[in-house]
Design a binder for this molecule. Structure first.
Ligand code: KG4
Ligand code: ZN
Length: 351
């Protein structure tokens, strides 16, 4: 099977061609970072216009690079949500059109399912597995039982972890996107020279919270600059990254405990999403997995951040199970992987 995958849910315009034999024939990503960096974050209107401008050219390039034709595609997969609606609409309508004119099945992909299954494009990980999904829009622990069958064990009650990296970097004057910038700055800093909290650590559930960490960082930076007139940005970056690592490990440990208490047999721990590109966090989570007797799996960095290959692969997984969609699917701003998960806090839902 040869599947075209289209991704436009946030600030990456991406197209890829992937086979059911796990061969990535093309995987092209146009990052809109430069369009958004003057604003210090993603501007939805700017993102949607940029997708319109770049998507057609990217798809042609991917098709040419893969050496295939539209008419020989076995399926067309496009992200249908969750994400910024304007962008999702661009990719979705483009994917539907190509599917219609190519007479190929159409696959409306949940972006989170793209991240959740991305590991299986590069590694033979069988179901079920414990997944830590860490991205700019989400931070969740999930039990991945099968394609389309997810149980959410925990989620963030406020900011997503990537969002926290981005806000912390902005606060430290490190620019956008924040994750890679903090990781770089942290290399020359020392965690512990300043002290930040570890929100939610030790709590008896699997939820996360990051907005307090960001506020504590802001407070610590302004205290330090008042006292000494200057502060070492790299020390703050290192402490922030370590705090995130401590929290991710602690919450994942709770998820493992919960699974064990329920006597479920899970042997693999998978980390995916943009934040999983972070080398320090990967190392921390790998060590954790070794310690609790789970095998550790994370996609290569280029498949952690948003890309079309993971969408095409989710298309492979769905098409091979006969899960085809009609052309009247609507774009969705919100689309939880586990529709039965109750709200993590109050009556709202972060999903
Ligand atoms: O998965 P992704 O590309 O998009 C979403 O689905 O949200 O994740 C983007 C997020 C951004 O917040 C970015 O700062 C973060 O992933 N990120 C990182 C790293 N690379 C990207 N965070 C920490 N360390 C990194 N190396
Ligand atoms: Zn993503």
């Amino acid at each position: 099977m040869i599947i075209l995958g289209i991704e436009t849910s946030c600030d990456e315009t991406a197209a890829a061609v992937v086979t059911s034999e796990r061969v990535i024939l093309a995987n092209i990503v146009y990052s809109q970072v430069r369009d958004h960096s003057p604003y210090g974050g993603v501007v939805p209107e700017v993102a949607a216009r940029s997708h319109v401008e770049h998507l057609d050219g990217l798809i042609s390039e991917a098709i040419n690079q893969a050496g295939v034709k539209f008419s020989t595609l076995d399926g067309v997969a496009a992200t249908a949500g969750p994400g910024l609606l304007g962008g999702v609409m661009v990719g979705l309508v483009t994917g539907k059109t190509i599917a219609a004119v190519s007479n190929a099945p159409f696959l409306a992909i949940n972006h989170l399912e793209g991240h959740a299954l991305s590991i299986r494009l590069v590694d033979s990980v069988e179901f079920p597995y414990l997944l830590l999904l860490v991205s700019g829009g989400h931070c969740q622990l999930l039990l991945v039982n099968a394609v389309g069958k997810y149980r959410r064990l925990g989620t963030t009650v406020d900011d997503a972890v990537g969002e926290a990296f981005d806000k912390a970097a902005k606060l430290l004057g490190l620019g956008y996107p924040g994750g890679p910038a903090i990781e770089r700055a942290a290399l020359s800093g020392t965690a512990g020279n300043v002290v930040l909290p570890r929100p939610m650590m030790g709590r008896p559930n699997c939820h996360f919270s990051f907005s307090g960490l960001k506020t504590a960082l802001w407070q610590a930076v302004s205290d330090a600059s008042q006292q000494r007139g200057e502060c070492d940005i790299s020390d703050f970056a290192a402490e922030f990254q370590e705090a995130v690592g401590d929290v991710l490990v602690d919450r994942s440990a709770h998820a493992v405990e919960l699974i064990k208490n329920e006597q479920q047999k899970v042997h693999q721990f998978v980390v995916a999403g943009g934040v999983a590109a972070n080398t320090y966090l990967r190392r921390r989570l790998h060590t954790f997995a070794d310690g609790v007797g789970l095998t550790f799996h994370a996609p290569p960095s280029r498949l952690c951040t948003d890309n079309g290959a993971m969408i095409a692969w989710a298309g492979v997984e769905r098409l091979s199970r006969g899960l085809v969609d009609s052309l009247d699917v609507s774009p969705r701003a919100r689309w939880p992987l586990d529709p039965n998960a109750s709200a993590a806090i109050g009556s709202g839902g972060k999903g």
